[in-house]
Design a protein around this ligand. Structure first.
Ligand SMILES: [Zn+2]
Length: 290
């Protein structure tokens, strides 16, 4: 779709399933399961929605899904159907080498897995067998991360470590394709990242404004439309009260200015605009952003 003079597409890497209790935090299962019935292992489906923004002659990708490096065991645990980002980009006429900027909301494995892959070793050998040399998927792209997020991802503890896979992002530092940001930054005219914290200390959102039209992706601070109510916070959040503050502030602005909201883990819908129902509750009117 067009947003002002920019082009915007949701490009999916596939889907994974995560524990419903972890996704909805302190909200009782008796309540969240009405809208999102879990599978027999208590998992709910999550889209791996990346965003392709074409603006100012540049191709920008926001997040990259889980990619192709996972073992069969990990694929089974998360019921992964993934690694589809590159073919989906091709449907928009975009080759990996055409991507100029990769904005990473944060460095958790389900957002940066698609940044690297195992190097192909010639015909007949598998590129996703869990071994081999790594290479960046987007050879000409600068990858943008908040410095605070990089620090948290590279100095982990027992609580934070399982969400990271250093193979996703360390090769980007080695190939000098990484740029660390310190707070809010305008990447192109009208395209911003804003550090909003909450989920991780350096979690950032992407914000686009073009000819008066506005769109934003809040990453894992509001991962799905089901997380619009302020108290729906994931148990993965390292600073949940910061997530709460960020949601309170940015949802009010998004409603006032009729932003198009894009949800990194939404299944249906993946994007929409905010409205109020008769009870005064915030709702989403779906918008297709293919
Ligand atoms: Zn996530």
């Amino acid at each position: 779709m067009r947003l002002g003079s920019a082009e915007l597409h949701v490009v999916s890497d596939g889907a994974i399933h995560m524990d419903g209790g972890a996704m909805f935090g302190v909200v009782p299962k008796a309540i969240w399961s009405r809208r999102r019935p879990p599978d027999r292992k208590n998992r709910v489906e999550l889209g791996l929605n990346c965003l392709l923004i074409r603006a100012g002659g540049k191709n920008v990708l926001v997040d990259t899904g889980v990619g192709t490096k996972h073992s069969q065991r990990t694929r089974t645990i998360y019921r992964m159907r993934a690694g589809q980002l590159t073919p989906r980009l091709a449907e928009h006429g975009i080759r990996p080498e055409d991507i100029d900027l990769v904005v990473l909301t944060h460095l958790h494995f389900d957002h940066v897995g698609g940044c690297t892959r195992y190097r192909r070793r010639g015909r007949g050998s598998s590129s996703s067998n869990g071994s081999g040399e790594l290479e960046p998927v987007f050879p000409n792209a600068t990858h943008l991360v908040q410095r605070a997020d990089w620090q948290e991802a590279t100095e982990t503890n027992e609580r934070t470590r399982p969400a990271y896979n250093p193979e996703d992002f360390m090769p980007l530092a080695e190939s000098r394709q990484l740029e660390l940001l310190d707070g809010d930054t305008e990447l192109l005219p009208g395209l911003w990242v804003r550090r909003i914290g909450g989920h991780t200390a350096g979690h950032q959102m992407a914000y686009l404004e073009s000819n008066g039209e506005k769109a934003a992706c809040f990453g894992d601070v509001i991962p799905t439309p089901e997380h619009l109510p302020l108290n729906y916070l994931t148990a993965f959040d390292l600073y949940p009260l910061d997530t709460l503050d960020a949601k309170r502030r940015w949802l009010a602005e998004a409603e006032r200015e009729n932003w198009l909201l894009l949800f990194g883990h939404g299944v249906a819908p993946k994007a929409g605009r905010l409205t109020r129902n008769a009870q005064g509750r915030l709702e989403l009117t779906a918008v297709a952003v293919d």
